[in-house]
Write a protein that binds this ligand. Structure first.
Ligand code: ADP
Ligand code: MG
Length: 398
C-alpha cells in the first residue's frame, strides 16, 4: 500500500517535500503557475501540522551546472505569494552544497525553506547516493508530491526516498488514484482520444489499454502511420515507416480485444505548415502527393463528437492537429470543447494537450488535468514509476 500524508507522524517534524515546481520562467518571471498551485494542498497540510518544511524541485534543464536564469528565486516568490507565508530561499551552487546545508540548518521551527534547483547538482539526474544522503540529512521524513518527475529515478525523487520514512503527497495521491482507475476499473464505455506527433511515443499506452478501452480514436500525425499501414495513401503526411508493422499489429490486436479503433475519416491538408496557406479537405486515406494531413477534417470531428456523449470515461492525450498554427487548431479545439462539455469522468494528460486546454480556458471543466506529461504516459503504459516504487521502503521508527 502506498503510504499517504496521514500515515506518517509528521507533526512538528522536519519534512523534505519533493514538489514539481518546474514552471515556465521568462526574464525572471513565472508564467503559468499551475504546477506551483498544484503543490499547495500538501504544503498547507504540513504547515497546519506545524512541520518544518524543506521543499525542493528541479527547474528547466541546467545539466548539472549553475545556470543563473534557472535559479529558484522567482519560484520562491510566487510560492510565498500563493502560500501566504514567507518562503526562505538563498541562491547557492546546488541543493546539497555547504551554503545550502547551513541555510537549512538555520531554519526556524515551522518555517518553509525552498532549496536551490536540484538539477544544478550533476548528482541529481545520476541518482547519486551522496546527494541523496545530503538531502536526507535535511529532514526526518520525505514526502514525494512530484508526480511529473516520478518517472525519473533521480536523487531527489528516488534515492532520498530510500533513506527516510516517506509517503506520497496529495497531488501524487490524486494523480495515481485517477490514472489508476483508468487502467484498472474505468466506468464504461471508456473512450480514449490519442493524438500528437509520434506513434512511437504512444505505442506503450495503446498496448496497455487495448481491451480496457471501448473506443480508441487516433488523430494527430500518428494517425497517418495507421492509415498507411492499412493501405491508405496519405500523401506527404508524417509517417513513421519503421512503425508501420507495429501499427498493423496494434490494429489487429485492438480488433481481437473488442476495442474499436477509429481513425479520422477526413483531414484538413496543406502543402506547407504555415498560417494563411491554401488548405483542402481530403479523405484521410486518399491525400494527394505533395499534401500533408495537418488536422482532423469536418467529418472526422463530427463522427468523434457524436460518439462522445455515450462515454462514461474519457481520456484525451495529444493534439489532433498542428494546433499551434491556425487554421490547423480546429480539430483540437472542437475536441477540447466536447471533452469539457462531457458528463463523463474526463482526464486530460500530455504537455501540449494541457497547454491547448489552458489556452482555451477549459481546464476548469475537466475532472482531472494531469500535471505529468511523460509520467502520465509511463503510468498508462503500465510501468512502475521509480519515484512511487521507492515510497514506504523505510519504516518509520516507532
Ligand atoms: P502531448 O504533449 O499533448 O503529449 P505530443 O507532444 O505528442 O502531445 O504532440 C504534440 C505535437 O504534435 C504538436 O506540436 C502538434 O503540432 C503535432 N501534430 C499534431 N498533429 C499533427 C499533424 N497532423 N502533422 C504534424 N504534426 C502534428
Ligand atoms: Mg508534447
Amino acid at each position: 500500500m502506498l503510504p499517504l500524508l496521514h500515515d506518517l507522524e509528521l507533526s512538528g517534524a522536519r519534512v523534505l517535500v519533493r514538489a514539481d515546481l518546474n514552471v515556465p520562467v521568462r526574464d525572471g518571471v513565472v508564467g503559468d503557475d499551475a504546477r506551483i498551485r498544484a503543490a499547495l494542498p500538501t504544503l498547507r497540510e504540513l504547515i497546519e501540522r506545524d512541520a518544518t518544511i524543506v521543499v525542493c524541485s528541479h527547474l528547466g534543464r541546467p545539466k548539472g551546472v549553475v545556470d543563473e536564469t534557472l535559479r529558484m528565486t522567482p519560484v520562491a516568490e510566487r510560492l510565498a505569494e500563493l502560500l501566504g507565508v514567507p518562503v526562505r530561499y538563498r541562491p547557492c551552487d546546488g541543493p546539497g552544497d555547504e551554503a545550502q546545508a547551513a541555510f537549512v540548518h538555520e531554519a526556524p521551527a515551522g518555517s518553509v525553506t525552498l532549496l536551490e534547483n536540484t538539477r544544478f547538482d550533476p548528482g541529481e539526474t545520476k541518482n547519486d547516493p551522496e546527494l541523496a544522503a545530503r538531502l536526507a540529512r535535511y529532514a526526518d521524513a520525505y514526502v514525494n508530491d512530484a508526480f511529473g518527475a516520478a518517472h525519473r529515478a533521480h536523487a531527489s525523487t528516488e534515492g532520498v526516498a530510500r533513506l527516510l520514512p516517506s509517503c506520497a503527497g496529495r497531488l501524487m495521491e490524486r494523480e495515481l488514484e485517477v490514472l489508476g482507475r483508468l487502467v484498472e476499473a474505468p466506468s464504461r464505455p471508456f473512450l480514449v482520444i490519442l493524438g500528437g506527433a509520434k506513434v512511437s511515443d504512444k505505442i506503450g499506452v495503446i498496448e496497455n489499454l487495448i481491451g480496457t478501452v471501448d473506443e480508441l480514436f487516433i488523430g494527430g500525425a500518428m494517425a497517418y502511420t495507421f492509415l498507411e499501414a492499412r493501405g491508405g495513401s496519405v500523401g506527404d503526411s508524417l509517417v513513421e515507416d519503421e512503425k508501420l508493422e507495429v501499427a498493423r499489429d496494434l490494429a489487429a490486436r485492438a480488433e481481437a480485444a473488442g476495442t474499436t479503433l477509429r481513425l479520422p475519416i477526413d483531414s484538413v491538408c496543406a502543402r506547407e505548415v504555415r498560417e494563411g496557406t491554401e488548405t483542402a479537405v481530403h479523405p484521410s486515406d486518399a491525400i494527394p502527393d505533395g499534401w500533408m494531413g495537418l488536422d482532423a477534417g469536418p467529418e472526422a470531428i463530427a463522427a468523434w463528437m457524436a460518439a462522445l456523449p455515450a462515454a462514461r470515461t474519457v481520456l484525451w492525450n495529444g493534439p489532433l492537429g498542428v494546433f499551434e498554427v491556425p487554421p490547423f487548431d480546429r480539430g483540437t479545439r472542437a475536441i477540447a470543447e466536447a471533452v469539457a462539455a462531457s458528463d463523463a469522468v474526463t482526464v486530460v494528460g500530455g504537455g501540449d494537450s494541457v497547454a491547448a486546454l489552458n489556452a482555451m480556458g477549459l481546464a476548469d471543466r475537466i475532472d482531472h488535468v494531469s500535471t505529468g506529461g511523460g509520467a502520465s504516459l509511463e503510468f498508462l503504459e503500465g510501468k512502475v514509476l521509480p519515484g512511487v516504487a521507492a515510497l514506504g521502503t523505510v519504516r518509520p521508527a516507532s
